[in-house]
Design a protein around this ligand. Sequence first.
Ligand code: SF4
Length: 249
Amino acid sequence: MEVKGKAALKEFRKKATMVFQDPYSSLNPRMTVADIIAEPLDVHKLYATKEERRERVLELMSYVGLNSEHANRYAHEFSGGQRQRIGIARSLAINPEFIVCDEPVSALDVSIQAQVINMFDELQDKLGLTYLFIAHDLLVVRHISDRIAVMYLGKMMEMGPAEEIYSHPLHPYSQSLISAVPIPDPVIARENKRIVLTGDIPSPLNAPSGCPFRTRCIHATEQCAESMPEFKEVAPNHFVACHRVSEVN
Ligand code: SF4
């Protein structure tokens, strides 16, 4: 979907929202939970009466497992996981079709992460949502995704169906990432060869010429320094940016 011009942007904002990474700084400490969740309703004027506003807030709170007693309290009174629930309820207020989730569980305790991820799953089924889920934790990515895009220095390296990316990653960078995913079965884990990358990630302000991954890629050739590989479809719905994709696989 292309969003061009102010009118299109306004329409897009009625369909798309965001859940932020840090549930501590993304909620206004001076507002009650009810007012935080109702803010998008106020901005887009999505209710006719105060009663309608209140009912909608309570409905949104119930979606994320908060109860009506929480409505008049302040965000600082809640744990990280509950704060993230408040943020998610706020993101649902406009009945969005699309939510950008920017590392929404990385700031939470590991014990809480699974609960919040499961809630994302349930809300997706219930409300028919599409997520753009940004994460570094590959187990989380695998659990939540239908399609995965792997990025390096801000450039798309590979994109495809989640299971295909996990079972047959084609880009050398994806291959190293997937090889590092912990495997619960000790027999399979012993056979799994981890691909360890050497060197540091270059600064995005001073990215290498050609393929951005070339300074850490064991398959790099001169061609890789000369030009950025095209992001090509190599199998149905599976795209890779690598000059040597057929040779390294
Ligand atoms: S284009 Fe070259 S450097 Fe980049 S991933 Fe492919 S082989 Fe490695």
